[in-house]
Design a protein around this ligand. Structure first.
Ligand code: 7RM
Length: 630
């Protein structure tokens, strides 16, 4: 694989990757262990849509993430686990130990009836067992579906049933800051509505008193006791499913994005190495949760396949104090630090003394992911965390893309505050105008699409290929539509401006407004709801809900609390509305569509420039909403 060491190298490699994509990706793929080489690099048709990479190739991703490193790195740390409570000891898990633990969990799964192709739901806190579980599934060819442990039982039900999961891996509870959260009761509640689940394996972690259902529930420590630390990796087809991961849709239920073994492995590893310019021996830390794609690709698979040392942090940035991240960087001498703008914005508000108390000189590269990073946060991060010496790689990508798509290459290509800058080799963006024409020049703004396949793109939505086609390949036929708006400036730098659909990003978490609306609607007092995002200085976007009740509420504050609790129960605490305005009606067009544009403007505090309201059935409602705005 050709190393990229300068801006002009980048340009050359990029051009080659566009002129001869198959040759380019075949060269990258040569660096992995294949049990059988592919017959054909790529087959694709964006109209069907159908995409296959490394057709006929056979491999197991865990052989690439673990076994191949045992020759020379058996005793190197693969995972540094930093617990929630800083007074507890951190763990240094070597590649040999990782091998043994993953094999044991793999055998435990087999003993509990998990076969190749079965779907396994992983609902675990950020403990090493979560990484073992993911890799153990991959090792035996089972498909993992990780559900973020902050999701409620209702969200768990949808995801378990949609994927047809047979087994759930969970723990008694989790620890986050001062809070202890019992997870098992959430699983118990969910499983009342999940008839397909035959087994739950429960990791004893917090020692919470929980109940175990005979026949269905077993303890992890019992099941793992006599398992062998050896388990041959299942030989998988490059296009076999590796995992399903759910992401919010702008309408309807969450979409189970399907990723496959070969292409995902090649792309997550290649982008990890390229973007962060990881050097052997360095310590890399991505602060995401394993329940999101960032955790899958850039805590587990990418770093491990690259033979890196990856930090897994159980805690939160604000506990015991706002210096926790900086203390962890000092403690483990972190060289590469990858986090989200929402975290940066909240830490920026804390006294700088928290930053100054820690020695951050080990840092070489900083990363950002999850939402557009505003210039102010970018500069603060650059100056105070990176001592004005570390490049910031602002990495744009999605659950659907599987890996980073547009980003600077650390120490190699140029950075520009608040710009994701340039597409990585192999990525071919196209900016489209609203009529569907490609904008070829620089200095343009439009919708971001990708016009050529890349190895880790999602292959389908689990169980709903039609929806996959409609969501991503119909707006601009023949192109993958990202749902994001973007600018390409005069010099060709890309800046992602945010979602153009009804998805909002709160503290880096994607949420469909429709999902939140239907959760609010579950409250018996509520008749109808419209949810929009509004700018929030810490979370990026906040949730603003307009709620119509059957009867004017007696006690508005009480009802607000109940609605927040309802959302927390149905989706999870992250989706709780920040603002709830009670209204008597919503601005609707004659065809019954809510004019969200107006609601968005009001939520943003822009009262005077609401545009054309003449198509509304009841224009007077707009004044009422404006007057009551929060
Ligand atoms: C990795 C991840 C995807 C959406 C995406 C964008 C937004 C992510 C950036 C960004 C601007 C970035 N997957 N997004 N990264 N916007 N600059 N560097 O976040 O599926 O959860 O979200 O996030 O809108 O479409 S995700």
């Amino acid at each position: 694989m050709k190393k990229i060491t300068s801006q002009s190298d980048y340009q050359q490699v990029y051009n080659e990757s566009v002129e001869q994509p198959e040759k380019f990706w075949a060269e990258v793929a040569e660096d992995f262990v294949w049990r059988k080489k592919w017959d054909k690099v790529l087959e694709w048709d964006f109209h069907k849509p159908e995409v296959k990479w490394f057709v006929g190739g056979k491999l197991n991703i865990t052989e690439n993430c673990i076994d191949r490193h045992l020759k020379d790195k058996a005793n190197q740390t693969a995972i540094i686990w930093e617990p929630n409570d800083p007074t507890k000891t951190s763990l240094h898990i070597t590649y040999q130990q990782l091998h043994d633990e993953v094999c044991k969990v793999a055998n435990m799964l087999k003993n509990n009836g998990v076969n190749q192709g079965d779907r396994v739901c992983i609902y675990l806190p950020m403990i090493p067992e979560a990484a073992y579980a993911i890799l153990a599934c991959a090792r035996i060819g089972a498909v993992h579906s990780v559900v973020f442990a902050g999701f409620s039982s209702g969200s768990l039900v949808d995801r378990i049933n949609d994927a047809g999961c047979k087994v759930v891996l969970t723990s008694d509870g989790s620890l986050r800051g001062e809070k202890k959260i019992d997870l098992k009761p959430i699983v118990d509640e969910a499983l009342q509505n999940c008839p397909g689940v035959v087994k739950t394996i429960v990791f004893k972690y917090t020692n919470s008193k929980i109940s175990m259902q005979a026949a269905r529930d077993v303890w992890w420590h019992d099941e793992i006791k006599n398992t062998k630390p050896v388990c041959e990796p299942e030989v998988m087809d490059a296009e076999d499913m590796l995992f399903i991961l759910y992401t919010s849709g702008s309408t309807g239920k969450p979409k189970g994005m399907v990723h496959t073994c070969g292409g995902y492995m090649v792309y997550s590893t290649y982008t990890f190495q390229t973007v962060f310019q990881y050097q052997q021996g360095q310590v890399y830390w991505c602060t995401a949760d394993i329940g999101w794609i960032t955790g899958h690709s850039y805590i587990v698979y990418g770093p491990l396949a690259a033979g890196a040392t990856t930090v897994m942090f159980e805690g939160i940035p604000s506990w015991p104090d706002m210096g926790r991240f900086w203390q962890v960087i000092e403690k483990h001498k972190v060289n590469i630090f990858y986090t989200a703008p929402t975290a940066i914005r909240s830490l920026e508000k804390a006294p700088l003394s928290f930053v100054h108390q820690a020695d951050l000189h080990s840092l070489k590269v900083l990363g950002s992911v999850g939402e557009p990073i505003n210039e102010e946060a970018w500069h603060w991060y650059h100056e105070h965390i990176g001592r004005s010496q570390c490049p910031i790689v602002d990495t744009w990508w999605q659950t659907e893309t599987g890996g980073i798509m547009i980003s600077p290459i650390a120490h190699v290509t140029k950075v520009k505050a608040a710009f994701a800058t340039f597409p990585l080799p192999g990525v071919q963006p196209a900016v489209m105008d609203e009529k569907g024409a490609e904008l070829f020049l620089n200095g343009v703004e439009g919708r971001l699409t990708i016009k050529f396949p890349w190895p880790s793109m999602a292959r389908t939505i689990y169980g709903d290929h039609q929806r996959f086609k409609e969501t991503y390949f119909s707006t601009f036929p023949g192109k993958y539509f990202t749902g994001d708006g973007c600018k390409r400036d005069e010099e060709g730098f890309y800046r992602i401006t945010g979602r153009v659909d009804d998805i909002i990003i709160v503290s880096g978490h994607n949420m469909g407004t429709a999902e939140i609306e239907s959760a609010i609607d579950e409250h018996t007092a509520v008749c109808e709801t419209a949810v929009v995002g509004y700018p929030h200085n810490i979370k990026g976007q906040g949730v603003y809900a307009y709620v119509i009740c059957y009867e004017a509420p007696q006690d508005e504050e009480k009802l607000r609390t109940e609605i927040r609790e309802m959302v927390s129960k149905v989706i999870g605490p992250i989706a709780k509305p920040d603002k709830i305005q009670f209204v008597s009606g919503l601005p609707k067009t004659r065809s019954g569509k809510i004019m969200r544009r107006i609601l968005r403007k009001i939520a943003e505090g822009e009262m005077n420039n609401l545009g054309d309201t003449s198509t509304l059935t009841d224009p007077a409602i707009v004044d009422e909403i404006k007057n009551g705005a929060l």
